[in-house]
Design a protein around this ligand. Structure first.
Ligand SMILES: *Cc1c(COP(=O)(O)O)cnc(C)c1O
Length: 423
């Protein structure tokens, strides 16, 4: 019963988030399992983008202060809308820059090597862009990344152990940068525990929330996290190149931005055009220049959906539908050499399933040929993300049937086992 199509349909009927699916543009006869890399367009996001375009059409320069969504206040407004998703207050969140740019800003602001505390702690599984940013920030400070960037090792190539991270929090560490959820294995780090341990040692800690924002709830302020940054084009469905987000704990308000620019000004001072910056007393201080309005606008609609659906409901369905996917994989695909490479416990599991196989690259190509959109991460990972807001249980059931067919018929053999330019 548990593995039948009828059961999948029943789960869809019982799904309280079911009604949001029709708000998204879902290509007919195709199954999108890549919402953790680029979320789909919703009708509401399209509407708010078009409204902003219209503001430009109708108001020209006055669009900054009038029209549907006055551009001058858009980053702050979106920060307020996003705050519940990260567990911050409205003035602790600002929608600005991009993940990597925001990391640069936050490290430039909060990395203050002093005495023997000069090193930055990260991990060996983190996203490469974060590492490049940290290496370059160390070089700017005159340190050698080889000696000053400490990367916590993984014991098995998939996961990080919190004990190992805590052990690495020595008195040489000035700053810690960690992912909330690991981009390959989908492991959630215990942010509360890690933050408490960092705070206790007087080390600042910041998180990369790219893979958790919009998928799991956070309590950054309650936990005492110093800062965080993330992108809005994955689970948040803000669109390709969507403007990113950052969080700064209010205890740090007043810390001068490392990379200053006029959009970090107090709003009512910005147009005084003085040559000394009066920073906003909020996360807004860490903005740099003019916001990319057309890449902000879809978020207005996208975030409305999150407010209505509720992040707790989203997390509950995400856990359930990912578990369902794993159950089906275990039931239907056990003979084909797959390994589930994500944590199985709910408490350690993010929003996607990480399926390992030595033929992963070409299995992904075969999936695409069968109109299933997966995500490949070299060398051997197929990421499948059933997204709470728009993936149905029926689709998950179909994906596993298609995978089974691909494996039984060895359909992947006609492709090369190599990644595409964008994987
Ligand atoms: C997607 C992602 C990024 C991307 O950074 P951009 O600056 O938006 O290109 C960075 N870090 C992690 C963990 C990601 O998943």
């Amino acid at each position: 019963m548990l593995y039948t199509l009828e059961y999948a349909k029943q789960l869809d009927q019982e799904d309280i988030l079911n009604r949001f699916r029709e708000e998204f543009y879902i290509k007919p006869n195709s199954i999108y399992m890549d919402g953790n890399s680029l979320g789909l367009l919703s009708k509401r996001a399209e509407r708010t983008l078009l409204e902003s375009l219209n503001d430009w059409k109708e108001h020209g320069i006055d669009g900054w202060t009038s029209g549907n969504h006055p551009w001058f206040f858009l980053s702050e407004k979106l920060g307020e809308m996003m705050a519940p998703l990260v567990g911050g207050s409205a003035n602790e969140v600002i929608v600005t820059g991009s993940t990597t740019v925001n990391l640069h800003q936050l490290v430039a602001t909060f990395y203050k090597p002093e005495g023997t505390r000069t090193k930055i702690l990260a991990d060996e599984l983190t996203f490469p862009s974060d590492i490049y940013a940290l290496q370059s920030q160390l070089r700017i400070h005159g340190f050698d990344p080889e000696t000053h960037l400490i990367r916590v090792k993984s014991r098995d190539g998939r996961f990080l152990e919190e004990e190992d991270i805590i052990e690495a929090m020595t008195d040489e560490i000035a700053l810690i940068i960690l992912p909330t959820v690991l981009y390959r294995s989908g492991q959630i780090l215990d942010m509360k525990r890690l933050t408490a341990e960092a705070n206790r040692r007087g080390i600042l800690i910041g998180f990369d929330g790219c893979h958790s924002i919009g998928a799991i709830p956070h309590s950054f302020t309650e936990w005492g996290v110093d800062f965080a940054y993330w992108c809005n084009y994955k689970h948040l469905n803000g669109g390709p190149g969507s403007v990113g987000g950052l969080y700064v704990n209010s205890k740090h308000f007043g810390t001068a931005p490392g990379l200053a620019g006029w959009f970090g000004s107090k709003k009512d001072k910005q147009f005084d055009m003085e040559h000394s910056l009066t920073p906003a007393d909020s996360a807004g201080a860490y903005q740099i220049g003019t916001p990319h309005v057309l890449s902000l606008a879809p978020l207005l609609g996208a975030l409305e959906i999150f407010a209505e659906a509720g992040i707790e409901n989203i997390r509950a369905k995400s856990l359930n539908i990912n578990q369902y996917l794993m159950d089906l994989i275990n039931q239907e695909l056990h003979d084909f050499g797959f390994t589930i490479g994500n944590p199985c416990d709910d408490i350690r599991r993010g929003g996607h399933v990480s399926l390992e196989h030595k033929e992963a690259a070409r299995i992904c190509k075969a999936l695409k040929e069968n109109d299933v959109i997966p995500d490949f991460r070299a060398p051997n990972i197929i990421r499948l993300a059933p997204v709470a807001l728009y993936t149905s249980y029926t689709e998950v059931w179909e994906v596993v049937q298609i995978l089974k067919k691909i494996m039984t018929e060895k359909q992947y053999e006609k492709f090369k086992n190599e990644r595409e330019v964008v994987a």
